[in-house]
Design a protein. Structure first.
Length: 74
């Protein structure tokens, strides 16, 4: 008998219409790679709920990296 008792989590069931990531222009191989990375990092309990493309900003990746490097706090 322990001092603390764990409460059982109530599972929330959400029903929504799902659209395929492949239909939104993301290849199934990319979805599989992302899912495998999430599984490796967090284990069996993790779920990939959605995958979407990042909106492009007006700067290049190198420009953003330089900006972040130069404005990082000490």
């Amino acid at each position: 008998m322990g001092l603390f008792k764990r409460k059982k989590k109530e599972e929330a069931v959400e029903v929504r219409e799902e659209t395929s990531a492949v239909s939104s222009g993301i290849p199934s191989e990319v979805i599989a790679a992302i899912s495998a990375a999430v599984y490796c990092m967090f284990g069996e309990g993790a779920k990939v709920m959605s995958v979407r493309r990042q909106q492009r900003s007006g700067r290049s990746a190198w420009s953003m990296a330089g900006l972040l490097e130069n404005t990082r706090p000490f």
